[in-house]
Design a protein around this ligand. Structure first.
Ligand SMILES: C[S@@+](CC[C@H](N)C(=O)[O-])C[C@H]1O[C@@H](n2cnc3c(N)ncnc32)[C@H](O)[C@@H]1O
Length: 198
């Protein structure tokens, strides 16, 4: 079984791109809601998927009763028809987070997205999230690359990533940029809360 199925056993789905069928690994928004409730003691109302891709997660979050929206730098060429409305009604916009206004949301979800930036750009990206309550970030780290190699697997992503760093580097980087952060092992997720709010 490929390492990704072991790391993200809770949600995966296929989608078509110009170079064939890919599998997206993700976290069900319900599990992110549980993390939020554990931390804050009340249910999140708003959800922002930073790197929303085809919109699967935004729709799942909406169906859980949240006001959910997102952006992606790329418009996927083969859209699931049941998700097209999210793009036509503006809930998902095609834009880079670097060109977007600061995000105000209870949960910001970044699946892989933070690894597409340079070390220099990352503080500007994290700055966009300072007005939000909790950033939930999942992505490959050097530990994953090693664990995958031990399993005989290579970690392939749909676009070329730039930042593959150790888990502790990410914790330090969140901390240096003003977030109190823990790694939630059971969902393989960095959960970062702006320090001013703690
Ligand atoms: C792994 S996909 C996440 C899909 C979806 N959120 C999920 O969990 O199923 C990561 C997405 O981040 C997007 N991305 C990369 N750089 C970005 C940027 N500067 N601004 C917004 N999105 C970006 C990519 O285009 C890609 O679709």
């Amino acid at each position: 079984m490929h390492y990704y199925y072991q790391k993200y056993p809770y949600l995966h789905y296929n989608y078509l791109d110009t170079d064939g069928v890919w599998t997206m690994f993700s976290i069900p928004p319900k599990m992110l809601i549980d993390e939020f409730v554990n931390k804050f003691g009340y249910k999140p109302k708003t959800f922002f998927d930073c790197g929303a891709a085809t919109g699967v997660i935004v729709l799942m979050a909406q169906r859980l009763g949240m006001n959910a929206r997102g952006i992606d730098i790329k418009k996927y060429p083969y859209q699931f028809s049941y998700l097209e409305g999210l793009f036509t009604n503006g809930k998902i916009q095609i834009k880079s987070i670097l060109d977007y206004e600061p995000i105000v949301a209870d949960i910001v979800f970044c699946n892989g997205t933070l690894t597409y930036f340079s070390e220099k750009e990352l503080p500007n990206v994290l700055d966009k999230f300072k007005k939000s309550k909790m950033i939930c970030a999942i992505h490959n780290t050097t530990e994953d690359v090693e664990a995958a190699a031990a399993n005989g697997d290579e970690l392939i992503t749909c676009n070329k990533t730039r930042l593959i760093k150790p888990q502790n580097w990410w914790i330090d980087t969140f901390t240096k940029n003003g977030f109190k952060t823990k790694y939630a092992d059971h969902i393989r997720c960095f959960c970062a809360v702006p320090s001013r709010g703690v």
